[in-house]
Write a protein that binds this ligand. Structure first.
Ligand SMILES: [Zn+2]
Length: 318
């Protein structure tokens, strides 16, 4: 009897089914953000695992995004689970979707990636790593937390993040609930997140601000760099761009601009709507021709209930 029980435990994963660690070196909601969750609605409608709309139609995984390309280059993608590396890709340039669209990306939507065989027909796939940064190879054994490469934006993406898909016998599984995405049924001994990830309302929003010169493109793109530290005094106008990802009802953003002599030149409060990505531009122009050269400072404060986050950005007009 004992042998039978042992045999039963041995062939299942119940006794020690592992859980998924974060596949990225950061704190969710503080210096990285869940930019998209899996779409658990098989119809053209969308629904994330919490019943919200932090997803898009057909999205199969969890996206963990960083603020910009500089942070991406410095951030490791790490193995979320022990296993064997099944395959890798490491030769896809970052930013192909923005540069060349759908045709440039072709079939390599994952970009640079790593697939880990976690045993018992479970696989975890990590996508969009930085070009040339993947340091593991087919057949390598990895332990949870092992570095795999750096965060990038290769393949079908317009922002630096790591995408993680979980599959069992080739079927995609939602790691929040441990259910198959195609029919919502529970996957036995599913690979699920080892720690609760914050709900959207529990997270600090991703807020970014940077200076540039006018005109800025109309398209709302993810800010890939941190704005310009120095701007020519010959410019006709100074623009502060403020980007916000997935604000929720009730969020408030205050933007204040200070001139080199310390005076506040503008301060405005914005109540964002709930579109996934939004950008505001605060423009300072000087039609009289006098250029206020020196250090310009912007302060951007975001509030969600009793949570507050303030960031500063500067540029020197010279
Ligand atoms: Zn994704």
């Amino acid at each position: 009897m004992l042998a039978l029980i042992s045999a039963l435990i041995g062939c299942g994963r119940t006794a020690e089914t592992p859980t998924l660690a974060l596949p990225i070196d950061c704190e969710v909601g503080v210096d990285c953000w869940i930019s998209n969750r899996p779409d658990v609605d098989p119809t053209p409608a969308i629904r994330d695992p919490s019943g919200g709309d932090s997803t898009y139609d057909g999205h199969q995984g969890t996206d963990l995004a960083v603020r910009d390309s500089g942070q991406a280059a410095a951030t490791w993608v790490r193995a979320p689970i022990a296993g064997t590396v099944l395959r890798t890709r490491n030769n896809v340039p970052d930013g192909q979707l923005a540069a060349g669209g759908e045709i440039a990306v072709g079939d390599e939507k994952c970009g640079n990636g790593v697939v880990i065989d976690a045993g018992d027909e479970w696989e975890v796939q990590l996508c969009h790593l930085r070009w040339g940064s993947v340091i593991v190879h087919d057949g390598d054994e990895v332990t949870p937390g092992a570095p795999l490469g750096r965060v990038g934006w290769s393949g079908w993406t317009d922002h630096p993040h790591v995408h993680m898909t979980v599959r069992h016998q080739g079927r995609v599984v939602d790691p929040f609930a441990g259910a198959y995405l195609d029919d919502g049924s529970a996957a036995e001994n599913a690979l699920v997140w080892g720690a609760a990830l914050p709900e959207p309302h529990e997270m600090d929003a991703l807020v970014w601000a940077g200076f540039d010169v006018a005109p800025l493109p109309d398209a709302i793109t993810w800010p890939l760099d941190s704005g310009r530290a120095v701007l020519p005094a010959s410019t006709d106008a100074l623009v502060l761009a403020v980007f916000l990802w997935r604000p929720i009802e009730g969020d408030v953003v205050q933007v204040t601009l200070k001139a080199p002599d310390g005076t506040r030149t503008s301060s405005e409060v914005v109540q964002p709507n709930t579109r996934p990505r939004q950008v505001w531009r605060v423009t300072k122009s000087w039609p009289d021709g006098e250029r206020p050269v020196g250090l310009w400072t912007a302060e951007v404060t975001w509030r969600r209930g009793d949570r507050t986050r303030t960031l500063h950005t500067t540029t020197v007009l010279e």
